[in-house]
Design a binder for this molecule. Structure first.
Ligand code: FES
Ligand SMILES: [Fe+2]
Length: 388
């Protein structure tokens, strides 16, 4: 444990003097274990989006922070989250997105089946006879899938592994207040894509808060530095950091003239983009005519799975004559994320070298990233969870 203590001391020193985190926090397996315990288990983590299970009976398995979970949408349209664990011998109930056959989740190992609400339904030849007898009612009640505490906010599915986090509504209240004008009821699915990122999850979160790279790494978005220079840092709570800036990163980008409908309740002063990291792993962007969500699912220190889900606004966005605008928007979201995935793999490689921590954040641009790092360090080093 000596190594671990020395890393924690270094993180504490970096936090206290406001300097950048050491490269080891992006590659060290002990830090990875520690952050699962300190950040992912006790609080609310995003796991995927409602858009991943659009229809009742859809199944979407995810692996996150050492846990295999199964999302489904039940007959009433509610999203439910269970451990992806058959109650017989513990097989994975689904290993890729699929549909429940006949409204039942059937284990691929010995065929036990469960309802979309997790109730045990049947087991082939349970009593090893040809009779149709199953387990007793008491046993059946105890054989259902194991549910997790979960909730859906702006179509993001959040889970609390420990079961004793403060109520989600209290956790999210400061951000809910901030983004209320981008009315959640007006969101309509545009697309969702799964990514595999060859990088530590924190690099993806930091990149998300990095407005400085936008005009250089994503020139197709247009606007140059004129919009990025208007960047405003936002601190919403100890667990939520963000920024505000003009949409499309500047006038003349083309996005400002988009014919796609806008959120109806958005005043003149909010016709811009706001981006937030909801610690630990959920990234949210709201713009006048689009919402984007990235859920980061760490698999190992250097590998992260990601759901990227996009939304347009109101039923009017579904009009046939807007099909090409919707397709174009989807393509531009993919392009930006592909560009970021390549950059992140490079950042991870550099963090693997001894000199990986010898980076120098720009005091003018990178304050938002440093605030994310401070919030991460506070949680890792044991600041108690707060309700707000
Ligand atoms: S492990 Fe699922 S039916 Fe046996
Ligand atoms: Fe980017």
């Amino acid at each position: 444990m000596a190594a671990r203590e020395s890393i924690l001391d270094e993180i504490r020193r970096c936090r206290d003097r406001g300097s950048v985190l050491p490269g080891s926090v992006y590659r060290d397996p002990e830090i990875f274990e520690a952050e699962i315990e300190a950040l992912f288990r006790p609080g609310w983590m995003g796991v995927a989006c409602g858009q991943n299970v659009p229809e009742p009976g859809d199944l979407f398995p995810v692996q996150i922070a050492g846990h295999a979970l199964l999302l489904t949408r039940d007959r009433e349209g509610e999203v439910r989250v269970f451990y992806n664990l058959c109650r017989h011998r513990g097989a994975l109930l689904a290993s890729e997105p699929c549909r429940a056959q006949g409204g039942r989740i059937v284990c691929p190992y010995h065929g036990w089946s469960f309802g979309l609400d997790g109730r045990f339904e049947s087991a082939p030849h349970f009593d090893r006879t040809d009779a149709a007898a199953g387990p007793s009612d008491a046993d059946r009640a105890d054989l259902g899938l194991i549910p997790l505490r979960s909730t859906v906010w702006r179509d993001i599915v959040f889970v609390n592994l420990s079961g004793d986090a403060p109520p989600f509504d209290a956790f999210i209240a400061p951000l809910e207040e901030r983004v209320r004008p981008w009315t959640a009821a007006e969101l309509r699915d545009l697309s969702s894509v799964e990514y595999e990122i060859e990088a530590n999850w924190k690099l993806a979160a930091e990149n998300f808060l990095d407005a400085y790279h936008l005009p250089i790494a994503h020139p197709e978005i247009g606007g140059g530095f004129s919009g990025a220079l208007l960047l405003e840092d936002l601190e919403i709570s100890g667990d939520i950091v963000g920024l505000a800036m003009p949409q499309g990163y500047g006038p003349g980008s083309g996005q400002l003239e988009s014919p796609l409908p806008r959120f109806s309740g958005l005043g003149e002063e909010r016709q811009h983009l706001e981006a937030f990291v909801i610690l630990p792993n959920t990234l949210l962007i709201v713009e006048p005519d689009i919402q984007q969500v990235i859920v980061l699912r760490p698999r190992s220190p250097g590998f992260t799975e990601e759901t990227l889900a996009s939304y347009v606004v109101s039923d009017a966005s579904q009009r046939k004559d807007l099909a090409s605008e919707r397709a174009e928007l989807h393509q531009s979201v993919l392009l930006v994320n592909d560009q970021d995935a390549a950059l992140l793999a490079g950042l991870q490689q550099s963090r693997s070298m001894d000199v990986g921590g010898r980076t120098r954040p720009s005091p003018s641009w990178d304050e938002t990233i440093l605030r994310f790092q401070r919030a991460w360090a506070n949680r890792l080093l044991g600041r108690p969870l707060r309700a707000t």
